[in-house]
Design a protein around this ligand. Structure first.
Ligand code: EPZ
Length: 435
């Protein structure tokens, strides 16, 4: 058996400039939304990620033609015909559920199974399905398949019990071609939703308030294609700032959107990092000693993002004093903590709360990514640790970071990705956890 690992040599200060990649969590719903258009869409700044390639596979399976050329996706919806997404494709990522709304909007039917994605605790889709029912969709489940059909979709007033990002996006995508008006309240306000709304409006949709708490969609007969540039990835941007905070040094991020990152940047400042901001650039000076942050609570946007929780946790491992993090969005988003403990961190987790007591330094270790952002947090910690670390579970990283190793090395990091052969565990008993 072969496995890829990332060998990271810690203790190197980072220094340089990075252009922020396109946003994974915007590119994926926009790719799905392209099936609502009757003409070709060209998307720029699409990050080269395994999740993007998975979305491209689904579009091609459904009969559209999706071609990836570096960071541009060209999607021709003319041949759309298929209404069922194979289970393997649904399991590949959480964003496979983002095809529900556009398939119902365009085809009035679809057959899906439960989506995959990072294991962060239960990730139900009840809010997605309830909203589709309110818009006239019949839904039944048989042998694990979710079978959705509708004579036609009509607008509805949909109050979301929780501001679910995915449910907000699916409702918008189902509503743009529905009969009448849809008013969605307690909608998620993540910037990626504003980006989806801007894309759809550029295709002729009539959406107001995307990215705010109340979204109103007036259904139209059809949407035309367009050429669109995906917004930058605010979590990838924050990742690189945290890598520099962990390792020390100075970093300039190009193409960031500081106003989308206010809550996460303010926590980074509170930890002792010096930040400079101008238009689409963020400068970080990680030269000061880090200090603990008394209390961080993850919240829906514009609160501190749950996707940044593991990343700031890695920074606080060597901050002077005790920090407390409360994860309010997902039930189980501390899988990376066990791996940070192997690097000498002092963290105690109880339920949704983590208490981090800073230590003078972490040391390198053989660690394993269990999910996307947890894996990125381990890489940040390794960058600042004394000695060498081995990071396993790289497929998690490849789902969300475009050229992670190259980017890290471009700012002075020392990382080498290599394949190693691993004993075939099947011969010696049941296969343990991948790492
Ligand atoms: C999106 O996931 C992002 N993924 C996640 O980023 C992000 O952490 C999350 O939003 C919150 O910001 C993508 O955009 C592809 P939710 P999503 O629906 O849509 C519960 C990353 O690292 N819920 O806002 O799945 C759910 O269990 C990923 O890039 C229901 O109960 O998140 C969770 O507790 C990780 N029923 C809460 O709502 C539902 O029908 C928020 O989930 C849907 C969600």
């Amino acid at each position: 058996m072969a496995e890829e690992i990332l060998r990271i040599t810690g203790g190197q200060k980072l220094r340089g400039e990075i252009t922020v990649q396109g946003a994974k969590n915007s590119a994926l719903p926009i790719m799905a939304a392209s099936m609502l258009c009757s003409g070709e869409t060209v998307l720029h700044n699409v990050p080269r990620l395994t999740d993007v390639y998975a979305a491209s596979r689904i579009l091609n399976h459904l009969g559209l033609r999706c071609k990836m050329e570096q960071t541009t996706a060209v999607i021709d919806p003319a041949g759309i015909s298929e209404t069922e997404i194979p289970d393997a494709d649904m399991r590949a990522m959480r964003s496979s559920i983002m095809f529900l709304g556009p398939m119902l909007g365009r085809l009035k039917q679809c057959v899906l199974t439960m989506p995959g994605g990072c294991e962060l605790g239960p990730r139900p889709i009840d809010l997605h399905l309830d909203a589709m029912r309110q818009m006239g969709v019949q839904i039944r489940e048989a042998q694990g398949k979710i079978i959705c059909t509708a004579e036609h979709l009509h607008g509805a007033r949909i109050p979301l019990p929780i501001p679910s990002v995915g449910a907000t996006e699916n409702i918008i995508m189902a509503a743009v071609l529905a009969d009448g008006e849809t008013v969605l309240t307690n909608a998620a306000r993540e910037p990626e939703i504003a980006d989806l709304g801007a894309f759809l409006n550029q295709c002729g949709a009539k959406i107001s308030g995307a990215g705010e708490g109340t979204v109103t969609v007036s259904g139209t007969a059809s949407l035309h294609g367009t050429e669109y540039t995906v917004m930058p990835d605010r979590i990838a941007a924050f990742t690189w700032l945290c890598a520099c905070a962990c390792a020390g040094g100075t970093l300039c991020l190009r193409g960031a959107v500081p106003r989308d990152m206010e809550s996460s940047l303010s926590v980074l400042r509170a930890s002792g990092c010096r930040l400079g901001i101008c238009r689409d650039r963020i400068y970080l000076d990680g030269g000061q000693p880090l200090r603990s942050v008394r209390y961080i609570r993850t919240m829906p946007h514009p609160g501190f993002p749950t996707d940044a929780q593991a990343l700031i946790g890695a920074v606080l491992c060597t901050a002077h004093g005790t920090s407390m993090i409360e994860e309010t969005v997902f039930e189980s988003r501390y899988k990376h903590v066990g791996e940070l403990l192997r690097m000498g961190a002092d963290i105690r987790v109880s339920g949704r709360t983590a208490v981090i007591t800073g230590v003078p330094a972490l040391h390198g270790a053989d660690v394993c990514a269990m999910d996307l952002r947890g894996g990125a947090a381990l890489a940040c910690a390794a960058a600042g640790a004394e000695g060498e670390s081995i990071l396993r579970g790289l497929p998690h990283l490849d789902r969300g970071y475009d050229g992670f190793t190259e980017t890290f090395n471009s700012i002075g990091g020392i990382a080498k990705r290599m394949a190693i052969s691993t004993p075939n565990r099947e011969k010696n008993g049941p296969r343990k956890q991948k790492c």
